[in-house]
Design a protein around this ligand. Sequence first.
Ligand SMILES: [Ca+2]
Ligand SMILES: [Ca+2]
Length: 447
Amino acid sequence: MKTIKKPPLETALALARASFAENPIINYHYLADPSAVVVGDRLFIIADTDDESGSDGYTIKAYYALSTKDMVNGTNHGEVLRVPRDVSWASGAWVPAVAYGNTNEGPASIGNFDPYDSIPATTGSLMQNVASRTDLVTSAPPRSLLIPKPKTGTSWYRISNVDFGSGGATKFTVNAASLNADNAVEIRTGSATGTLAGTCKLASTGSWSTYATTECAVSGLTGVVSQMYLVFTGTADSTAALLWWKMVSAPTVPQGPYADTLAIPGTIEAEDYDVGGAGYAYYDETSANEGDADFRTTESVDIVSGNSSKAVGYTIAGEWFEYTVNVAKAGTYSFEATVDSGSKSSSFQLFLDDDAITGTVKVDSSSWTAYSTASGTTKALTAGTHVLKIAITGSYVNSDKIVFSDEITKLMKSPKKSKGGESKKNKALRQSRQKSRIKGVSKGCFD
Ligand SMILES: [Ca+2]
Ligand SMILES: [Ca+2]
């Protein structure tokens, strides 16, 4: 039988020492689950006593604090918390997560807060009479919802050091589900009862799973506002769920065509959306241009290379893009959109001066790389200059272009019937046109 000789104690210690890195903060006290924070010029580590001798797994009874200024010389501050000695209601502790706080002042801000990106509603520096809930969505990261409780008491979320820039904000947009008609958000500065910058009544969605974006005017929000309050009003608790909000900055240029005014009939290239900026010419959820096409890179709209052209990509339901167009003559137009998607629920809808001119148009999802066409007819349009809007109603539509044709208008006037009835040639033409029209409208007819 083979026996294993134990090494002498000195050898074992030498091996142990050799395997350890130099400059441990302390080397005589074994602790678990370190959590670090830098305060001033010193790194603090809070770690716990993870005792595995308990019958039901690991037991944590105490936290220790260690610190170092130079990453070489460490200080052991000893046991800084023990249960139940310091927390009478606790029989055990959990792995620590440490943050620095001063009871009176708290840590100083290390930068200003940008209110122009989409802000999760559960973001702020202080809050009162609110709750939160995690919403699990299939095929998407879980999201955190802010639930106001205005009946319990004054309900608010505070955001500090908000930098509105010299141009300031002119609009506040909020995405929320609301079961009651009287739920609203007041935007105030200074305190929860401070100067009112705007009031935004939440759109009633009738369901916890239906969210709507509401846009409201705000005023007086310029420069850095040290304390901004979102005050939630309503007559009942827990009847609204806020997902995100964002401010819209004042336009630097008025909304107008990107190059020349686009024409209907004609081709609208999706990437030629109007100038005028975020919240005016388009709504895009991410402030960066995430596309790969290197086109209009200072705008938020995500332009991608696709279909040997440029397309608007990375679209999310609720986003929209506007185009100043001139409708040549009154009438109903057919359209053919060159689009792409990898999602079965992708769709869009067209509006003219914010009136729907099509129903929801579904986008083929059979391939991400092969663009296809989605076609239909519009409601009757009036002649003249209008603003066309492509609204994304189902996420992940890549949109290259939309071709509007006045074929329908022409069809209304032709074919002419000859005295003895319709000529053979005209009949064939009419039938062929009707066929293609029926095929065309099958996907997106306005109803
Ligand atoms: Ca973007
Ligand atoms: Ca295009």
